[in-house]
Ligand binder design. Structure first.
Ligand SMILES: [Zn+2]
Length: 318
């Protein structure tokens, strides 16, 4: 039987959890759907990741309003993906902060990504008609920046490539809380369609050295305590490492993408098949891993058309 394209058939509603991770830091997590997080200072609030639509962002804002009525002055984008950025217009008073790498990707491929992501996974775009268009940052950084919220500062930096070329994290050092975006996932498959798989473990090693006591991952529950935190890092690293290793073996053996995908899927399903969005991610992950193993350095742009073509090749015949 033909599998429905990507996750068009995934329509089950998820419930949101807001977890207080330290005195001033909170995770907004959604059972494997894209997370956000926020830091409440004495003078202002900072939010990490905008959600997919302004209507969905309004739900994050409502949760913030349960704990603070301070102005939300800063919105940090962990990377350029549509599900992270297109809700930004709900933040009327906030500067929109992105790394240089993320700003470039928004210009280069933001529109294609928008169309592609909505087509793949419509449930993730509740009230899609409320999106006014692409989100463009109002503050772009190349060197790390520190944001003072009053009583707490947040360091925003781009620690290296991994999930995308522009990955950004927010680190509230005095709270020991890290907002990692999709560089770290927990019980959810890392999406690797735009990834730099060789670089990713090195970037994770830098984040580990911060020694956070809590991490808000891109997807999955907030991680609290040393063993959960290292579990999040370990799981992500293992997934990414296996993906690249299996793709390299397939390329060295002269396999086609279709053959590589079949082998890779059956191997990885044993370990990771129960993780959120595993099935959704694997065709895209295999495509990028196959490309990277074949020497294609820069991830190719996914368009709605390329999505369908790839899906037909890898899943249509199954
Ligand atoms: Zn992403």
């Amino acid at each position: 039987m033909e599998k429905k394209f990507a996750s068009q058939g995934d329509t089950g509603k998820k419930s949101v959890t807001v977890s207080r991770l330290s005195e001033r830091c909170y995770g907004y997590t959604a059972e494997g759907d894209p997370n956000s997080g926020f830091v409440v200072g004495d003078e202002a609030v900072l939010v990490v990741d905008a959600q997919a639509t302004p209507v969905m962002a309004a739900d994050v804002i409502a949760k913030i309003r349960e704990v603070s009525d301070l102005p939300i002055r800063h919105l940090v984008l962990s990377h350029y993906h549509a599900v992270r950025v297109l809700g930004a217009s709900a933040y009327k008073e906030a500067e929109i902060i992105a790394s240089e790498g993320t700003a470039e990707l928004i210009e280069e491929r933001g529109q294609q990504d928008y169309e592609s992501e909505v087509g793949r996974f419509p449930r993730l775009f509740r009230a899609v008609e409320s999106i006014p268009g692409l989100t463009r940052p109002t503050r772009v950084f190349s060197a790390p920046i520190t944001i003072d919220l009053g009583g707490v500062t947040v360091a925003v930096s781009s620690p290296g490539r991994g999930h995308t070329a522009g990955d950004t994290v927010a680190w509230a050092e005095s709270e020991r809380v890290l907002f990692a975006g999709d560089l770290v996932e927990y019980g959810a498959a890392p999406y690797c369609g735009d990834a730099f798989l060789r670089d990713w473990p090195r970037t994770l090693a830098k984040l580990r050295r911060l020694n956070p006591e809590a991490v808000v991952p891109g997807r999955g529950e907030a991680l609290q305590g040393a063993s959960q935190v290292s579990g999040g890092f370990d799981g992500t690293e293992k997934f990414v490492g296996e993906l690249l290793r299996l793709a390299e073996e397939a390329v060295a053996a002269g396999q086609t993408l279709g053959e590589c995908y079949a082998g890779l899927y059956s191997q990885m399903e044993k370990q990771f098949g129960s993780w959120f969005i595993f099935e959704h991610c694997m065709p895209f992950n295999a495509s990028r891993a196959f490309d990277e193993a074949s020497g294609i350095k820069h991830p190719r742009i996914w368009t709605a058309e390329r999505d369908m073509q790839m899906w037909g090749e890898l899943e249509g015949a199954g």
